[in-house]
Design a protein around this ligand. Structure first.
Ligand SMILES: [Zn+2]
Length: 383
């Protein structure tokens, strides 16, 4: 399993200045290469290198950094092309798409830059890195992270890391290759229902309601409304900062929820049944369009946090079709819209079974998980 571990760098002021100058030089060079790619039409790495390598080197970048810059530009065009093809920028002729196609891709002065092992080395005892900069090699740049992160880095870090500056804070995003843990045969499943009011509810009745998160979102939405009316530069900057802070808070909440669910599954020897993520997106979109942007990425993030934490502990995960899980009675299987008289309540019109609506849905997801596992396992046995 491949995982990205984020650690925060704690550069001294003069080290930070060198890092900043380096990122700026790399991204200036990237913008030069991007314009070349745009005007010549040569957007593949090899062709682009022929056009730009010498000039990029002349801008004070080392051989490794120059190649990474050119590859970054080529990759950005590949991603743009894929996004256009997937319709992510709207249909042909849409304004957004036309705008994206009409000019070279631009890199911010502080856009992320990849570093390989020749440009960046790690000391896991001293918790420092040594990193190439345009001002020479910077030694003893301190980094900090959680005990878990540091352990993972020391054991499994491999390949490139991205240097990132966000809101004046420095980070390295390091790739780790984690060996697969064999999946334990599950003895039953915990079903997880994802929602907006309650972020995650399990079939055991545990509700991870994310009260704090919804409060932060609500507060930020209000603030956004006020600031957007202003539309000044500083208002925009503040908005951006708030959005990032909200995203960090949401990620932190999702991490904690995922950890609790996976720990409980491992402790009880069960697997985890999740709604199929595609289904979540569609369902949310149907309900309320403006909520999609706000929440669908958060559902996906929670799903992926659960999936990778489970994989690390050998806990089985199955994704199930979430259709009608909220209208189906988890006691007798009766499906009826009227089973769900209110947002929070479930009461079966056939057998009278009553439960919190999200717990009932989670129980349905759990039993679909059992069935899904049996089916995929039967296929394994046959093979
Ligand atoms: Zn029933």
């Amino acid at each position: 399993m491949r995982l990205v571990v984020q650690v925060r760098l704690r550069p001294m002021p003069e080290q930070a200045a060198s890092l900043e100058a380096t990122l700026r030089a790399c991204n200036d060079a990237a913008n030069f290469a991007s314009v070349t790619a745009f005007t010549t039409g040569d957007r593949r790495e090899y062709a682009l290198r022929k056009h730009t390598y010498r000039e990029v080197r002349a801008r004070g970048l080392g051989a490794q950094a120059a190649q990474h810059v050119i590859k970054k530009v080529a990759d950005a065009y590949t991603t743009l092309k894929a996004n256009i093809r997937a319709g992510n920028l709207g249909p042909e002729g849409s304004r957004r798409r036309a705008r994206a196609e009409s000019k070279p891709i631009a890199f911010r002065a502080d856009a992320a830059q990849p570093f390989d092992d020749r440009c960046l080395s790690w000391d896991h005892t001293a918790h420092t890195v040594s990193i190439w900069t345009t001002a020479g090699r910077l030694k003893n740049v301190a980094f900090v992270g959680s005990a878990d992160q540091l352990k993972m880095l020391a054991l499994y870090r491999k390949g490139e890391s991205d240097l990132v500056c966000r809101d004046g804070r420095w980070f390295l995003y390091a790739t780790c290759e984690i060996p697969d843990v064999p999946v334990t045969e599950p003895d039953g499943f915990i079903g997880v229902d994802l929602g907006i009011a309650n972020i995650a509810t399990t079939s055991d009745g545990a509700c991870h309601c994310g009260k704090g998160l919804n409060a932060v979102r609500h507060r930020n939405r209000e603030l956004r409304r006020r600031l957007q009316a202003k539309a000044t530069r500083s208002a925009k900057r503040l908005l951006k900062k708030r959005r990032r802070k909200e995203a960090r808070f949401a990620a932190d909440t999702n991490h904690r929820i995922a950890k609790r669910i996976v720990t409980e599954a491992e402790r009880t020897g069960r697997g985890i049944a999740l709604e199929d993520l595609g289904g979540i997106r569609d369902r949310v979109r149907l309900r309320k369009p403006q909520r999609v942007t706000l929440h669908s990425w958060s559902f996906h993030q929670l799903g992926s946090f659960i999936a990778y934490k489970a994989a690390r502990h050998g806990v089985a995960v199955v994704h199930v079709d979430p259709a009608y899980t909220s209208q189906t009675c988890s006691a007798c299987g009766h499906v009826d819209k009227a089973n769900r008289p209110g947002q929070a309540t479930f009461c079966c019109t056939s057998c009278g079974f009553a439960e919190h609506a999200d717990v009932n849905a989670a129980r349905n997801i759990a039993s679909r998980g059992v069935a899904g596992w049996a089916v995929s396992h039967a296929a394994d046995d046959a093979a």
